[in-house]
Design a protein around this ligand. Structure first.
Ligand SMILES: NC(=O)c1ccc[n+]([C@@H]2O[C@H](COP(=O)([O-])OP(=O)(O)OC[C@H]3O[C@@H](n4cnc5c(N)ncnc54)[C@H](O)[C@@H]3O)[C@@H](O)[C@H]2O)c1
Length: 251
């Protein structure tokens, strides 16, 4: 490991499993002081336990991204080690129960929008409170290939929430470039996480047939991209959302 994030602070929401866990581990292995949050306490413990020996660290906090006071405290704690928040990764998300739009209960709409859209807004807002005075910072939002292509019937709320994340990323980039802050998105295709497995009785799921590279993505495919997007090598990238999908969106 290069230690390229030594001296940097990184906050990751939804780090109790899946891609959030992989990103928290990747940044800590590169030397960052990572602050991880999730609603799943056991998941957070497992994330920290997987770090082993590394030059960085993972501290964690139980936070529901729908709770603004908790997110505010989370961002403040993430900035504590150095007084600055270098990277905020807005990753927490839910799939919701998919079903025909005409029959979807209001509760599903509220759940998906409150977490996937409002949760990202709150996480960005309280990260910016630390980044703007420092005139520096990177926000990474987890969108989806479904931001760009609905793909499957029954996914209206999830798709809408993830399309909004792309727009929010661009809005944040527009407003905050003047402060030296970049906002970027990652749009994963099918990645092997508990979320994908929860919706896939068969494994590998049939979507694999529509992936030109012929495999389901690994969480490290996303974590490696996040490491690069947050780095100075990606210094001129802002407002863009990077598709990482084995080619699923290509046709
Ligand atoms: N897995 C995929 O194929 C895929 C594809 C495209 C986009 N995504 C998106 O990538 C992100 C990560 O997905 P994943 O597959 O790792 O999901 P996952 O379900 O495996 O992990 C998501 C984590 O977020 C946490 N979380 C959920 N609601 C929360 C809340 N209100 N507050 C705090 N934490 C909360 C969960 O407890 C969980 O630990 C999500 O935003 C998801 O929508 C996933």
């Amino acid at each position: 490991m290069s230690g390229r994030y030594e001296g940097k602070t990184v906050a990751v929401t939804g780090a109790g499993e899946g891609m959030g866990r992989a990103m928290a581990l990747a940044f800590a292995r590169e030397g960052a002081a990572v602050m991880a949050c999730d609603v799943n306490a056991a998941g957070l413990e497992a994330t920290a336990a997987q770090l082993g020996t590394a030059s960085g660290s993972i501290a964690s906090m139980i936070v529901d991204v729908r709770d603004e006071a908790a997110i505010e405290a989370f961002a403040a704690r993430a900035a504590q080690p150095t007084g600055a928040l270098d990277v905020m990764i807005c990753n927490a998300g839910v799939k919701g129960d998919w079903g025909p739009l005409a029959q979807q209960p209001r509760e599903q709409l509220d759940l998906v929008i409150d977490i996937n859209l409002k949760g990202v807004v709150l996480s960005m807002k309280h990260a910016l409170a630390h980044m703007i005075p420092a005139r520096s910072g990177v926000i990474i939002n987890l969108a989806s290939v479904q931001s760009f292509r609905v793909g499957f019937p029954g996914a209206a709320f999830y798709t809408a929430s993830k399309a909004a994340v792309v727009a929010l990323t661009r809005a944040a980039a527009l407003e905050n470039g003047q402060f030296g802050i970049r906002a970027v998105g990652i749009a994963p295709g099918p990645i092997d996480t508990p979320m994908l497995r929860s919706g896939s009785p068969d494994w590998p799921p049939p979507i694999i047939n529509d992936v030109p590279l012929g495999r389901i993505g690994h969480v490290d495919d996303i974590a490696n991209a996040a490491l690069w997007l947050a780095s100075s090598e990606a210094n001129y990238i802002s407002g863009a959302t990077l598709t990482i999908d084995g080619g699923w969106l290509a046709p």
